[in-house]
Design a protein around this ligand. Structure first.
Ligand SMILES: CC(C)(COP(=O)(O)OP(=O)(O)OC[C@H]1O[C@@H](n2cnc3c(N)ncnc32)[C@H](O)[C@@H]1OP(=O)(O)O)[C@@H](O)C(=O)NCCC(=O)NCCS
Length: 474
């Protein structure tokens, strides 16, 4: 049985390679009777490595389908060319996290209540544990991880100063990615790598950096929110008795709203991972494959998330829905909504929050967030929530008739913002930052897997159109 004997401050500087493993393992032990996350990950390392070695030796030459010209010019849709452990996205069934659907996770993962906090939703800490280990944590393990993360939440002073120096007019996502990049100053992976740590041990400082980063993202986000919109405590104070999202909600100034706090738990958990091919996840994996540390890899991911076809769509949905209300009033008829959808399409714009590169059914993440609305009277009464729900019934038939979109159903972004808006968090420009807080729970565990498995630098083959034509003539 391990016990907590090494002070955290001492461990923070203990990045010399040989000391690292023991230090990292001891650092996250909070409960002698339960596993720390580091111990739980360490347990799965041999089996994961064995599984990969077997796949390589026994099936290295097996075909997963042809690479076609349409893949090369079509954004690699459907091309199976990336290993991603945490989740798999099925076009019809949606996302599963280590085989578990969102409803199963909601049933099995420890909730706020299970660790003695107000709230019924699954904890992002529990989801993080699942994504990293493939196992459901006990309530004590989830609580231990939560306390570990909260203990890492404080930002270094220089990062606070960097954020404070940004003009308010700089988009919050740009501020977010710049602040995350700056945290690489304290990267344990970079320090361990420079000190010559063995390749087989890379995963441990990667995990430490990942936990530090996940823990600090709420404080970065809240500081940006305070500077740009003047809401929140301005200090990003942390209460060790609260879980990570509860602290975040307090930092943002919504700590007294149990409805928003619990929503944010669900929001972070369902936005965490969506297999590896989406722009943000893929970017983290790609940049990380050059052995860039988790801060650099995740900052790059955030820049991808900031695109309007990806994470920024949640901001666009709210903008678009409010424009609709402005154009046709707050109690539009079905016909007015339908006409407005057609106007958008005819003007050559996309209907934000609809369509998906992989999904061919309504997004189960959208369903989970909608079901949350059904449980809270204040959300059921909200006109913007009602509008979003009516849109989810009307837009699919319009998009089907329009005939271009392969998936006419709502994706997660269709429903995520209206709840925030109802609870008073109505600064749309901040919405993608919340997505960025959440996506780290999935993208960073994969970096840990990448290093457990010793995956190589990513280097697909590109061709010019001339080279392609020459190849096709052969
Ligand atoms: C998500 C998205 C980028 C997927 O793109 P994709 O895989 O290329 O989607 P499709 O294969 O269905 O696209 C085929 C055509 O339908 C169009 N289309 C897709 N979704 C559409 C939408 N919601 N509204 C209007 N047109 C849409 C595409 O722009 C494309 O048109 P083009 O041939 O003129 O380029 C796309 O559906 C989209 O732009 N949705 C709106 C933005 C959004 O909600 N993003 C968040 C995703 S989680």
């Amino acid at each position: 049985m391990l016990s907590l004997t090494i002070p955290r401050a001492a461990l923070r500087s203990a990045v010399a390679p040989r000391q690292f493993a023991a230090a990292a393992a001891a650092s996250s032990v909070r409960y002698a009777s339960t596993k720390s996350l580091t111990e739980a990950v360490a347990e799965i390392v041999p089996a994961k490595r064995e599984q990969l070695a077997k796949l390589k030796s026994e099936h290295g030459d097996a075909s997963l389908g042809d690479s076609k010209v349409s893949h090369l010019i079509g954004g690699m849709r459907g091309l199976k060319c990336m290993l991603w452990e945490g989740s798999v996205l099925d076009a019809e069934k949606g996302i599963t996290f280590h085989g578990k659907s969102i409803p199963v996770c909601q049933k099995e993962l420890p909730t706020a209540k299970d660790i003695g906090r107000p709230g019924k939703e699954m904890l992002p800490e529990s989801m993080l544990w699942l994504l990293l280990t493939g196992k459901i944590p006990t309530a004590e393990e989830a609580k231990g991880l939560s306390q570990d993360l909260v203990s890492r939440a404080k930002l270094p002073n220089f990062v606070e100063k960097i954020i404070d120096s940004f003009p308010k007019s700089l988009h919050p996502m740009t501020q977010f990615s710049a602040a995350v990049s700056a945290l690489n100053h304290d990267s344990k992976f970079a320090a361990a790598y420079n000190a010559g740590v063995k390749k087989t041990e890379y995963w441990q400082p990667t995990l430490e950096d990942s936990l530090d980063l996940i823990a600090k993202l709420p404080a970065i986000a809240a500081r940006i929110y305070y500077n740009v919109f003047g809401k929140g405590d301005g200090k990003q104070a942390v209460d060790p008795n609260m879980d990570i999202v509860e602290n975040f909600s307090h930092m943002l100034g919504y700590g007294n709203s149990e409805g928003l706090t619990d929503y944010l738990r669900l929001y972070v958990a369902v936005h965490s991972d969506h297999e590896g091919g989406n722009v943000s996840a893929h970017t983290a994996h790609l940049v990380g494959s050059a052995l860039s540390d988790p801060y650099l890899a995740y900052a790059a991911a955030l820049n991808g998330l900031a695109g309007p076809l990806h994470g920024l769509a949640n901001q666009e949905v709210l903008n678009w829905s409010l424009e609709l209300e402005k154009a046709v009033g707050s109690k539009p008829t079905d016909q007015q909504i339908t006409d407005y959808l057609w106007d958008t399409l005819k003007s050559g714009r996309v209907v934000p929050g609809y369509g998906h590169a992989v999904l061919r059914q309504p997004d189960p993440r959208f369903t989970a967030l909608s079901q949350y609305c059904d449980t809270r009277p204040e959300l059921q009464e909200s006109s913007i929530v009602q509008l979003v729900q009516r849109l989810s019934k009307l837009a699919p038939s319009v998009l089907k008739e329009h005939g271009k979109t392969k998936n006419p159903y709502p994706n997660v972004d269709a429903g995520s913002g209206c709840v925030l808006y109802t609870y008073g968090l109505d600064e749309f420009k901040f919405y993608t930052v919340l997505f960025g807080v959440a996506r780290a729970y999935g993208a960073l565990p994969q970096l840990v897997f990448d290093r457990i498995l010793g995956l190589p630098i990513e280097r697909p083959k590109s061709l010019s159109m001339n080279a392609l034509e020459a190849l096709l003539k052969k």
